[in-house]
Structures are given as C-alpha cells and as structure tokens.
Design a protein around this ligand. Structure first.
Ligand SMILES: Cc1ncc(C[n+]2csc(CCOP(=O)(O)OP(=O)(O)O)c2C)c(N)n1
Ligand SMILES: [Mg+2]
Length: 359
C-alpha cells in the first residue's frame, strides 16, 4: 500500500481538571505565574460580569443575552495572546477575549440592550463588531489577514466560531483561503459541546474539529479549552507561525457551555443534568484556583476581596449602561441607506409620530 499523506492531531493539556499538572514540561505561559494570576483574576471578573448580565436580563433591563459561563479560560487566553494592532473577529459570546482587547463591559451591555452604539468599541479600534450570522466572521478575518500579507504588516487576524459554526461553508472557505494564500490567520473553533440544541455528536462525523484545517493545509491542534496554560501555549504557537509567514492554524478549544444557549433558551429541555454536572468538574476557574493556591499565589481571603472589587467594577459599568440616553427611534432607519426608499421613509415618520414627536 502506498500512503499519500499521514496526519495526526495533537491534544494539548497541561493543567488537568483536578488542578494538578498532567505533564512537567511547562511552557513559558505556565512559568509566568504573575501573568497567570492576572489572567485568573480576569476570568473571575468575566464570570462576575456574566452573572450580572443575566440578572439584568431577568429583571427586564437587558435584551437577550448569550452567556459565556464556562468559556473563561478559552476567551481570556485568546484575547491575552493578541497584540493591540492585530484584528479580532468574534461571534457573540467571547466577552473575555474582548475585554482583554479593550472592549468595555458597558459596550457589551449596550449591544445586548439593543443599542448598536455598543458595537463602536472606543478602545478596540481594529476589531470587528459582534457577528451573529454564524461563521461569516471567519471570512472577515481571512480578508483582514490577506490585507496584512499584501501590506507586509506583521499583524495577525484571529476569529472565533463555535462547534456548530465549524460546519458552515464560510468556515471552510476561510480556512481554504488561509491555506491557499498562506494567510496570518488563527481560526479558533470553540467547541462547547452544543450548538443551541444540537450536540457535538450530531454536528459532524469528524473525530476532531481541529482536523478540519488539514483539508486546507493549515496547522491544527486540539486544546483543552478549560486549561488556561494550554490555551496560551496554543495561541503562542499559532500566532508565531502566522507572524513569521508560515500561514494559518485551526485551534479547537474543547470546553463546555455551562449555561443555556442564550437567555431565550432553556437547555433543560434537551440536555441531561448529569452532563452539566460532570462538566462543572472540568470548570476552568476551579482548576486554576487550585493550582494557584497550591503555588502559594492565591487564597480564599484574596478571592473574597477580589470578587468584591469585581462586583464594584461591574456596578460602575452597569450604571454607565443604564444612564446612557436612549437613541431617538429613527436611529434604526438612519444607517441603512444613503437614500432610503420611500417605504422606509414612511415607516420612519410613523415611528416618530407614534412617539408623539414630529421629525
Ligand atoms: C447563518 C446562521 N444560521 C443560523 C443561525 C441561528 N443560530 C444562532 S446561534 C446558533 C448555534 C451556534 O452554535 P455554535 O456555533 O456551536 O456556537 P455557540 O452558540 O455554541 O457558541 C444558530 C444555529 C445564525 N445565527 N446564523
Ligand atoms: Mg457550540
């Protein structure tokens, strides 16, 4: 038999679910304990924010919201691995990555509160807005990566999509172009086990989602997405390859969606409690807390103090959101067309009249 090609997919993990190391060849990301501690604190902040956002939605102060519970290590690790001049093209729940890029929590709240001004990130000028049409952001990132290559800039584009998103043509087209043109693109597939009510097992016949990149000639790696050290090391490898001109990477981060899909969903209708309970055993925050505590870098008292500070910081953001004057009703018509068609102009006038104003 003649073999045309052979492939293997590596699974990267350093810190196991019980908070102990599963291998002793720690990469730089695992030895830089000061940075790990900062990122752990950031993960706690993200969880505090997420809990508050759900409470806001439940009390009628926010529209539908997509929780990031359980994804903290993957999200924070991705954002922490990028340089300010790079470009991030997210889907809709990667707040942890976005906060590391400079997006403000108040902007996230504005967006989910139905105010598109939340999309205009004051301190993350290079990044794309949230992208709800599944995986189309992968193509935006590929386009950005192509422009970096043509301009000979040492920048990279990073995009995130879900396990469900990795079934979309846009994802395949993005990885194909990255392979064909050797683009500085990092495609992060965040495999959280579910695409709304579709489980990973029904999503694809592929053994791993990482291997999808093989078809495009990309570097591929499967990563424990609940292990911050593994996330940082995987991102380092992929970013270095991209920046040095060796082309793109597909990283599959294996994590779990501990929440409902969004606040408009009730996952108890299609998901076993036992599965969720087992997933909590792999929680990214717990395992890093155990490890940092064992290193003498963290304690219960410090956590209590930090959580209080997180709460206060989140309150400032929530107040900024709640105190943002709402846009005039006609704003929803004003950024679609340079010359709106007559039907829209009529609707615009009707909306203003319904508010009791004359526009
Ligand atoms: C093109 C397109 N088709 C369908 C939808 C409806 N939709 C919203 S989220 C979602 C599931 C996405 O699952 P996954 O990619 O795993 O991401 P996750 O929500 O788990 O982060 C679907 C089908 C959409 N937003 N866009
Ligand atoms: Mg998913």
């Amino acid at each position: 038999m003649t073999i045309a090609a052979k492939f293997e997919i590596e699974f990267l993990q350093y810190l196991g679910p019980d908070g102990t190391l599963v291998r002793d060849d720690l990469p730089e990301a695992g030895r830089d304990t000061a940075r790990l501690l900062e990122l752990f604190k950031q993960m706690l902040f993200v969880r505090t924010f997420d809990t508050k956002a759900i409470a806001l939605q439940r009390t009628g102060k926010l529209g539908t919201y997509a929780s990031c519970l359980g994804h903290e290590a993957t999200h924070v690790g991705i954002g922490a691995s990028m340089r300010p001049e790079d470009v991030f093209a997210p889907s809709y729940r990667e707040y942890g990555a976005q906060f590391m890029r400079g997006v403000q929590p108040r902007e996230v709240l504005l967006y989910w509160g139905g105010d598109e001004r939340g999309n205009a990130f004051e301190h993350a000028p290079h990044d794309f807005a949230w992208c709800v049409p599944i995986s189309t952001q992968c193509l935006h990132a590929a386009g950005a990566a192509l422009s970096f290559k043509l301009r000979k800039q040492p920048r990279i584009a990073v995009s995130t999509c879900g396990d469900g998103g990795s079934s979309k043509t846009d994802f395949y087209a993005a990885l194909n172009s990255a392979g064909a043109y050797e683009l500085p693109l990092v495609l992060c597939v965040i495999n959280n086990g579910w695409a709304i009510s579709v489980p990973r097992s029904a999503q694809t016949g592929a053994q791993t989602l990482a291997q999808k990149g093989l078809a495009g000639g990309l570097h591929c790696l499967q990563v424990d997405g609940n292990d911050l050290i593994a996330v940082l090391e995987a991102m380092r490898q992929a970013s270095e390859r991209a920046r040095k001109g060796y082309g793109g990477t597909v990283l599959e981060f294996v994590t779990y969606r501990l929440s409902d899909h969004t606040t408009a969903d009730d996952a108890r209708r299609y998901r076993d409690d036992a599965e969720v309970k087992a997933a909590w055993e792999r929680d990214p925050i717990t395992r890093l807390r155990i490890w940092l505590t064992a290193q003498g870098l963290w304690s219960e008292a410090e956590e209590a103090k930090w959580k209080e500070e997180c709460g206060a910081r989140v309150d400032v953001e929530v107040n900024a959101y709640l105190n943002t004057p709402v846009q005039p009703v006609e704003a929803m018509f004003d950024y679609l067309y340079a010359d709106p068609p007559p039907e829209l102009l009529a609707q615009r006038a009707a909306a203003i009249a319904a508010e009791g104003r004359h526009g």
